[in-house]
Design a binder for this molecule. Structure first.
Ligand SMILES: Cc1ncc(COP(=O)(O)O)c(C=O)c1O
Length: 432
């Protein structure tokens, strides 16, 4: 139960009913607030930088539907595009010209992408890109990094902690060991560990997949030289480099992390922003690799609703809005102010904290830091974050309900929103 001044009667009623209907009362686990304690609030509607719950409380929203709402929720131009497209039908199951338009936008923007395949989620994109890595190289093993999330497909659900890390033990019951024992893991920002894996598995590794800026272990940027080092190592070993830009794509720069850091992978996965709030994922990359994908080539992958006109229309309009001059500068300015504000309030009030941001993606940890990888992130004070999260909710600020999730701003967040958030954090941290 949320304690304090928030009215949450309706949220509680709806969530109690939901728990009898759906496992844990949710359609996706992190929404259940398990890692911060207390009960989730049930949203009624969203607009711009704000969300309103079913009890009428208003929040400044720093999740943005976990990333897609980069232009602000329910942007009028995105809604207009959706309404117009809706009149023609919701799904064709046949080619439509909007696929071409979004594909061209993605290919123009993302340096590695010469051809693209649309799917319906980030999970699907990552699952498919893995099959493609293996199909193209004829090798089975892959390297992923501890704390990086690539959706919930079996092969990626590997416990990435030390000890079991390189054994590829599954992270969830139901995932056969045979599915994950080709998934090797290394700590993020540790090139030596990757080198050692290549040395121990000569000619067997299809490729390396990573979140170029980690968002699923909290916000962790790559150390200088890490991405370039991976590019070199994969080339030396005839393996592929895959950037999972489901979170960072069109968020930390129009061309994603690969544009921001000037490192071009062989393949890229996308999601979230490119769907403008509708279910979309995509994978793309070098033409010679994408030529393997059915029906151009033998690697099978398909989807009933893939490329549906509604999702394409929302994505196209969102990218159009993002392409306007000054958008990423605005996101950067707002988000830097927010992060620096939170960190200086923490310092003033005597809490160990570290964090950072790139454009519209940010994070902070209740630990001295620095945080270079998941092991470092795990040193943070989770109980304190839980109390902070709850108290910020009381103050009308909706933060990701986990210390291990990045936060997101949007073009709709104003300086006043940031000021209000920092002021809220100040009053909360004084009594934390
Ligand atoms: C980097 C990354 N990859 C893949 C996914 C999975 O995407 P989806 O939730 O759309 O399946 C996520 C989701 O948060 C993600 O952050």
């Amino acid at each position: 139960m949320i304690t304090g001044t928030l009215r949450t009667t309706k949220s509680e009623e709806i969530f109690a009913a939901a728990q009898k209907l759906m496992p844990g009362g949710v359609s996706s686990p992190v929404r259940a607030f398990k890692s911060v304690g207390g009960q989730p609030i049930v949203f009624d509607h969203v607009k711009g930088a704000y969300a309103w719950d079913v009890d009428g409380n208003q929040y400044i929203d720093y999740i943005g539907s976990w990333g897609p709402a980069i232009c602000g929720h329910a942007h009028p131009e995105v809604l207009k595009a959706l309404h117009e497209t809706l009149e023609k039908g919701t799904s064709f199951g046949a080619p439509n010209v909007l696929e071409n338009v979004l594909a061209e936008r993605v290919i123009d923007a993302v340096p590695s992408v010469e051809m693209v395949r649309f799917v319906n989620s980030g999970t699907e994109a990552c699952m498919s890109v893995l099959r493609l890595m293996r199909a193209f190289t004829g090798r089975e093993k892959i390297i992923k990094f501890e704390g990086c999330y690539h959706g919930h497909a079996d092969m990626f659900l590997v416990k990435a902690g030390s000890g079991v890390a390189t054994l590829g033990l599954p992270d969830s019951p139901g995932v056969p060991k045979s599915t994950t024992n080709s998934t090797l893991t290394a700590p993020f920002n540790n090139l030596e560990a990757v080198k050692a894996l290549f040395a121990a598995n000569p000619g067997e590794i299809a490729g390396v997949i990573l979140e170029p800026v980690v968002g699923n272990a909290g916000f962790i940027p790559p150390d200088a030289g890490f991405l370039a080092g991976l590019r070199e190592l994969t080339r030396e070993n005839d393996a592929l480099l895959i950037f999972d830009e489901v979170m960072t794509g069109f968020r930390i720069a129009y061309g994603g992390a690969q544009e921001k850091f000037g490192i071009t992978p062989d393949l890229t996965t996308l999601g979230k922003v490119i769907g403008g709030g509708l279910p979309v994922g995509a994978y793309g990359g070098r033409k010679d690799i994408m030529a393997m994908v059915a029906p151009a080539g033998p690697m099978y992958q398909a989807g009933t609703l893939s490329g549906n006109p509604l999702a394409m229309a929302a994505g196209i309009k969102t990218l159009e809005l993002l392409r306007q001059p000054g958008t990423y500068e605005l996101l950067d300015r707002i988000t830097t102010r927010l992060t620096q504000g939170l960190l200086s309030v923490a310092k003033e009030t005597g809490h160990a904290a570290c964090g950072g941001s790139i454009s519209g993606m940010f994070g902070f940890f209740f630990t001295e830091g620095p945080v270079h990888n998941y092991e470092d992130a795990k040193k943070c004070d989770l109980a304190k974050f839980g109390r902070f999260h709850r108290a910020m909710l009381e103050q009308g600020v909706y933060l990701a309900p986990s210390q291990f999730e990045a936060g997101f701003t949007s073009l709709a967040h104003t300086d006043e929103d940031i000021d209000r958030t920092i002021a809220a954090a100040q009053s909360v941290m004084k009594n934390l």
